[in-house]
Write a protein that binds this ligand. Structure first.
Ligand code: SF4
Length: 320
């Protein structure tokens, strides 16, 4: 497979390394995670995977075509099977690429029918057949939608390949109607663009109305490669300047993701923004978790990125 889309180039390759792997993020270090691709069609301009050695280059998606077969073979060899599988740490399972959606469907169908719990984080458009599948296993799924604002002009600038705000809201409503635990991930908050009271208030009001009761939030951090992406991909100079200028007094921060150091707003600025989110969310009956991996100087609690599950007693996963 090698095809073209107006937005990106798609190639196929066979994955050599293991499919079920932990992530370098400390909150996913004991969870089995799966990526179906290198690169991601949602093309978020702030995406941290640009800094990974596996990043295939701008506007390129490499599909791991053998993922399902390889995962099943790995499964047979495991002494302890995963209790929960997380999709996906460095890509998105709901990218608008038919091969990725088909493979994602087959994998989810297989895992759910094998009594495995699934945590999904996406910014994508979810086809109907997935809702039909999820409706059969509401207790085995915890869903998170990434949503940083209701302002589609900001979303199309920063997440050009992802779903509109309306689509994400409507999808969350469908998950909630199915009885599936549904959270929002407000990550990254864009300082100067999406952290004002008006923007947060309208977002939290909408979430309250559809029945969302939990969110996790984190403020944008920069690496040189993310800064370069913002400069290259944001064409509205006023917006770009407004965001980048907030990082003039940036500080170096060691986050809980491998040995990562990033450039972040100073601790007090992040605290003020996250306190504002938490206060506004609480007014709308929404509990806001801070992402402690990305704010180790502020918090030590979990952002629940892989879900908050009750213990089934057989949950150890042999990742070796
Ligand atoms: S959806 Fe996630 S993995 Fe995909 S480009 Fe956006 S931030 Fe990166």
């Amino acid at each position: 497979m090698s095809s073209q889309s107006p937005l990106f180039r798609i190639t196929a390759e066979n994955r050599k390394s293991a499919v079920l792997t932990p992530s370098s993020l400390s909150c996913l270090s004991k969870t089995a995670t799966v990526n179906l691709t290198r690169g991601c069609a949602h093309q978020c301009v702030y995406c941290y995977t640009r800094g990974y050695s596996s990043f295939p280059g701008e506007h390129t998606i490499a599909v791991y075509a053998n993922t399902f077969e390889k995962m099943k073979a790995e499964w047979q060899r495991k002494r302890k099977i995963p209790d929960c599988v997380y999709f996906s740490p460095s890509s998105d399972i709901f990218q608008p690429i038919p091969e990725v959606l088909d493979m994602g469907y087959n994998i989810l169908h297989w895992l759910l029918n094998n009594n495995v719990r699934i945590a999904i984080l996406t910014k994508g458009v979810i086809p109907n057949r997935f809702f039909d599948l999820f409706a059969q296993f509401p207790e085995q799924i915890q869903f998170q939608h990434g949503l940083i604002t209701l302002d589609n002009s900001i979303l199309s600038m920063f997440e050009p390949g992802a779903a509109s705000a309306e689509t994400r809201i409507s999808q969350m409503r469908r998950f909630i109607d199915l009885g599936i635990t549904t959270r929002v991930r407000l990550d990254p908050i864009l300082p100067g663009l999406t952290d004002d009271e008006e923007s947060l208030e309208s977002l939290c009001l909408e979430l309250e109305q559809i029945g969302v009761r939990e969110m996790a939030a984190s403020v944008l951090f920069l690496r040189p490669v993310i800064l370069a992406s913002l400069k290259q991909n944001i064409h509205d100079n006023e917006i770009k300047q407004k965001l980048i200028s907030r990082f003039e007094n940036k500080e170096s921060l060691a986050i809980h993701a491998g040995q990562s150091r990033v450039f972040a707003l100073c601790c007090e600025e992040r605290r003020q923004i996250l306190d504002r989110v938490r206060t506004i969310a609480a007014l709308h009956q929404i509990e806001c978790h801070r992402c402690s991996c990305k704010n180790p100087d502020l918090d030590s609690s979990s952002c629940q990125i892989a879900g908050a599950w009750t213990n089934r007693g057989n949950t150890l996963f042999d990742l070796l």
